[in-house]
Design a protein around this ligand. Sequence first.
Ligand code: NAI
Ligand code: MG
Length: 348
Amino acid sequence: QDTRDIRLAVIPGDGIGTEVVAEGLKVLDAAGIKLDTTGYDLGAKRYHETGETLPDAVLSELRAYDAILLGAVGDPSVPPGVLERDLLLKLRFELDHYVNLRPVKLFPGVQTPLGGVSSEDIDMVVVREGTEGPYAGAGGVLRKGTPHEVATQESLNTAYGVERVVRYAFEKAKSRPRRKLTLVHKTNVLTYAGDLWARVTDRVATEFPEVTVDYCHVDAASMFFVNQPQRFDVIVTDNLFGDILTDIGAAIAGGIGLAASGNVNPDRTAPSMFEPVHGSAPDIAGQGKADPTATILSVAMLLDHLGLAKDAARIEQAVADDLLERRETAATRSTSEIGDHIAARVAG
Ligand code: NAI
Ligand code: MG
C-alpha cells in the first residue's frame, strides 16, 4: 500500500465541527494526499432522529480505517453527558486511545495573554492519559434527588495503563531537543494513585538516562503554565488533570481556535482519532467565524502518526507562515478563507 493513500473516516459532528473539518480535508487534498473518505453522521442530529449515539455496527466499521478525523460533537439540545460519554469517550475507550496528545506551542506572531514571553518560551507537549482515571465511568449514585444523595466518581489507575502512557511520554521526550519530562499529579493528597504514577515514572526513568525527569503538583503546574511556561517540555499526566491543564495551555498559546489534539493508539491495534480541542461552539456555528487552524494542525498530527512526517511538517509550516501573515495584515478572514490561504501555501 502506498502510504500516501489514506482511508479516512470523517465525523464532522455538530455546530462548527462540520465547518472546520471541511477545511482540514481541503488542506489534506492540497498536500497531495490521496484520500478515501467516508463520512459518519454521528452527533446531535443522529441522536435526535434515531436515539443512537455510537451503534456497535458503526464502531466495528470504524476499526477498518487508517485514521479518524473528528470535528466536534455536542449541542445544547442534547442532555449533558450523552454525546460526551456515549460517543466521544466510548470511541476513545473502545479504540484504546490511551495517549491523548496535546501540543501547546506558541507560534511566532500569535498573541498570548502572558507578558514577556516569546514563541521559544511556550513549546511543550502534554501527554494526557486517555482511558482511565476519573473518566473511566466508575462510581454510582444512591438516594438520588434526596437530601441524602451519595455520589461517587472513582479514579481508576492500573499499573498497566500508567506504565504504557508513561513509557510513551519518555519516548516522546527522548525525541525532542530538550529531553525533559515532567510528571504532573497530586501525589501529596491523591496518595494511592499518585504513588503508583510516581513509582512507575521512577522505574521507567532508569531506561531513559538521557531524559531529565521533573515532578509538579497539578495546582503548581497550573500556576507555572502562566508564569513559567518555559519549565515544560513533555508533560505526562492523568486524564482529568490533562483535560484541565490543556485548556490553560490553549489559552496561553493563542486560544482555543489553534489547539490541536490526537487520540492516539500507539500500538496501532485500532485507528487513532484526531480532533481540535474545542467543542461545537453553538454561539458561532453556521456563520463562517470558526477558526479552522486547530483542525488543520490536527490533520498534520494525523499525517505524522501515519508516518508522513514530511507532509505533516509542511502543513505545520504553512500554518506558521499564515499565522504570521494574519498578524501582519490584521485580516479578518472567514473559516473557508483561512482554509484557502493555508491550502494554497501547502500546495505551493
Ligand atoms: P467550545 O469549545 O465549543 O466553545 C467555547 C468558546 O470558544 C465559545 O465562545 C466558542 O465560540 C469559542 N470557540 C471554540 N472553537 C472556536 C474556533 N475554532 N474558532 C473560534 N472560536 C471558537 O466549548 P463549550 O461552549 O463549552 O461547548 C459547546 C459544546 O461542545 C458542548 O455541547 C460541549 O459538550 C461540546 N464539546 C465537545 C468537544 C468535543 O467534541 N471534543 C470538546 C468540548 C466541548
Ligand atoms: Mg476539555
